[in-house]
Write a new protein. Structure first.
Length: 140
């Protein structure tokens, strides 16, 4: 199996809280940034999704905080999709410091929303496979 997709992010001072560590809500922003970066790297754009009448939705997210992050820390945020048979998929993400220390682990359940019917589409894997110029980034 290949390494998961990854993007590097530098923790900015304005993202920290009064204790000086990364605010808990910002981990969600980093995870979202990595997911959209993966989509873009695979050749899927927001305009392309909207043109097909679909959009990705987050249904559930769990964050396990392991080590604090401070302003100036560089982290790699990974993103790996896991596919089931239904309308949802799972995305496993890790926020890892440059020295390899795991700062957080995120698990997200997502789906693709039919923008007209306002319902999840069946078999989102097929949409990603069709829309992507590089489906291998999704493990397809």
């Amino acid at each position: 199996m290949s390494e998961p997709f990854s993007v590097r992010v530098t923790v900015r001072g304005y993202e920290t809280d009064v204790q000086g560590h990364l605010n808990q809500a910002v981990y969600l922003n980093y995870a979202e940034h990595a997911r959209w970066s993966l989509l873009r790297a695979a050749g899927i754009t927001q305009a392309g999704l909207i043109g097909r009448g679909i959009g990705p939705v987050a249904l559930e997210t769990t964050i396990r905080y392991r080590r604090e992050l401070l302003a100036g820390d560089e982290v790699d945020v990974t993103c790996a999709f896991a596919w089931g048979e239904g309308k949802t998929f799972t995305i496993e993400q890790t926020v890892r410091k440059a020295d390899g220390t795991v700062a957080a682990e995120l698990t997200a359940v997502g789906g693709l929303l039919d923008l007209e019917k306002r319902r999840l589409v069946a078999h989102p894997r097929e949409y990603f496979n069709e829309l992507a110029s590089d489906p291998s980034l999704f493990g397809l």
